[in-house]
Design a protein around this ligand. Structure first.
Ligand SMILES: C[S@@+](CC[C@H](N)C(=O)[O-])C[C@H]1O[C@@H](n2cnc3c(N)ncnc32)[C@H](O)[C@@H]1O
Length: 222
């Protein structure tokens, strides 16, 4: 630990904290891909549910190191577009390397907080994969939804508190959440803010209830 380094940021009881999130992912960027390997089946299920099509524009909200980019870029093809939004310079640097190595000309990466990201036009679909801090920010969710077409598809997936008989599994959810988010608020129903914008979502518990997959559409009259 370097002088002045006060250790890993602690999730707050209140809402997400941008400075803490930047510090959290500065530390984590180097090991992130390895740590997320366990959750690849959920990523695949989320992208399958999103069903990106050739020629579409898809937002990868909080894209991190770009682990979803291969599947998204492949699905939209050379005539589509994938826009990754990520505030951590260390995480997006890895995504940029991935894009450069693969030569994905259809991928654009924006290094910005989602809530103020310079989005233009309206996309066909948006993915929120393991982005609890973003989903907790009404202004971030509203900014994304404002840049989606009426009828656009939205999928969110990530950790949640386990309810009912599997309650003891929260002993595994808690340490995973402590590494990923700066606020535990809303972890009982992480899709709630999205639901406020889109209306009712279809929510499936997965992984014995420790993770969820939520999907919906932007209302046609939006
Ligand atoms: C757990 S990672 C998920 C990365 C990627 N979606 C994935 O599935 O691997 C969460 C990411 O959200 C980013 N993030 C958190 N709050 C953000 C915000 N307000 N705006 C942009 N990015 C944010 C973090 O920097 C981090 O890279």
């Amino acid at each position: 630990m370097s002088p002045g380094d006060s250790g890993p940021p602690r999730p707050r009881a209140g809402g997400p904290d941008r400075a803490a999130a930047l510090a959290q992912y500065r530390r984590r960027a180097g090991v992130y891909d390895l740590e997320l390997a366990l959750f690849e089946p959920l990523r695949r299920a989320a992208i399958a549910q999103l069903a990106p099509q050739a020629g579409e524009t898809v937002l990868d909200v909080g894209c991190g190191t770009g682990l979803s980019l291969s599947a998204l870029a492949g699905a939209v093809g050379a005539h589509g577009a994938v826009i990754g939004i990520e505030q951590s310079p260390e995480m997006i640097a890895r995504a940029r390397d991935r894009v450069a190595q693969q030569g994905w000309r259809q991928v654009t990466l924006l290094c910005a907080p989602v809530e103020t990201a310079p989005l233009q036009g309206r996309a066909d679909a948006a993915l929120f994969h393991f982005t609890h801090d973003i989903l907790c920010r009404p202004e971030a969710v509203a900014h994304v939804v404002a840049h989606l077409k009426p009828g656009a598809r939205v999928v969110a997936a990530g950790l949640q508190w386990v309810r009912g008989v599997g309650f003891a599994l929260n002993a595994l959810v808690l340490p995973a959440a402590l590494r990923s988010v700066t606020s535990l608020r809303g972890l009982g129903a992480p899709w709630r803010e999205l639901e406020r914008c889109l209306g009712a979502l279809e929510v499936q518990p997965m992984g014995l209830g420790a993770v969820y997959l939520a999907s919906g559409r932007v209302p046609e009259d939006c």
